[in-house]
Design a protein around this ligand. Structure first.
Ligand code: ADP
Ligand code: MG
Length: 228
């Protein structure tokens, strides 16, 4: 046990470095590719059936943009690149929203490694950016319904001294629960709002993709430990 009373077994993950951030974004791209038909089917029910294609186009462009000889000096630079690439490659509403989120998070992370407190601030900034751009409140049946509980869960975990891996898993679980909880809601923002009451009974596609992105972070941090 270390001075904090935690098991000091060498398996703690306390910071997110550039390599792990890159692995996270690649894992998110792989998850979007794997689930693109699911995302499209959800968007077919309450939108225009392009969310899977939009996200896959965006993350394919992102994978190319952060590969090869791209060598960011900070975690924030890498996330800014992700954000700018999503904005320029995704036509739908989700592109500018996710793009702004990654760019806002990136602005908080001007170091080669980010700790839990920095990441909590970055996630909060991402949520604020999505809300500033899309003006969605909790319960409007949008990605905010996954992002907001994830940010809160991450914050709570970090504040209570949890390691990054546990905080990311808590955020992922909260995003997943938040996405599932959009099903009975009536959409009040985005294309799905045009359906009025007919949007009830379907899970929101953007909340679902947000949960995928958080799951990719948690899985990537788990994999980092398994590699040791
Ligand atoms: P589009 O609606 O332009 O076809 P996508 O299908 O890629 O774009 O993305 C749809 C998702 O975007 C929705 O499921 C919702 O989660 C999210 N979204 C749409 N409008 C908003 C908004 N104003 N605020 C937050 N999220 C939104
Ligand atoms: Mg759509």
């Amino acid at each position: 046990m270390n001075g904090n009373g935690r098991a000091d077994d060498g398996n703690r993950v306390d910071t997110l470095d550039i390599a792990t951030t890159r692995a996270w974004i690649r894992a998110a791209a792989a998850a979007v590719d794997r689930d693109r038909e699911v995302l499209t089917a959800l968007d077919a029910a309450i939108g225009d059936a392009d969310h899977g294609a939009n996200m896959n186009r965006g993350f394919t462009a992102v994978t190319a943009a952060i590969g090869g000889d791209y060598a960011p000096e900070t975690v924030g630079q890498l996330l800014a690149k992700v954000g700018m690439t999503l904005i320029s490659s995704v036509g739908g509403a989700s592109g500018p929203l996710y793009g702004s989120a990654f760019r806002a998070a990136g602005r908080q992370l001007a170091t080669p490694e980010a700790d839990g407190d920095q990441l909590a601030l970055a996630l909060r900034a991402a949520l604020d950016a999505v809300r500033a751009l899309g003006a969605a409140a909790a319960g409007d049946k949008t990605m905010v319904d996954a992002l907001m509980p994830a940010v809160t869960a991450f914050d709570d975990a970090v504040t209570s001294g949890a390691e990054l891996r546990a905080a990311a898993r808590a955020a992922s679980d909260a995003a997943d629960a938040g996405a599932r909880a959009t099903t009975p809601l009536q959409a009040r923002k985005g294309r799905a709002s045009y359906l009025g009451e007919r949007s009830i009974g379907h899970q929101d596609p953007g909340a679902t993709s947000t949960a995928l992105i958080f799951a990719a972070l948690a899985d990537t941090l788990d994999a980092r430990v398994a590699e040791r």
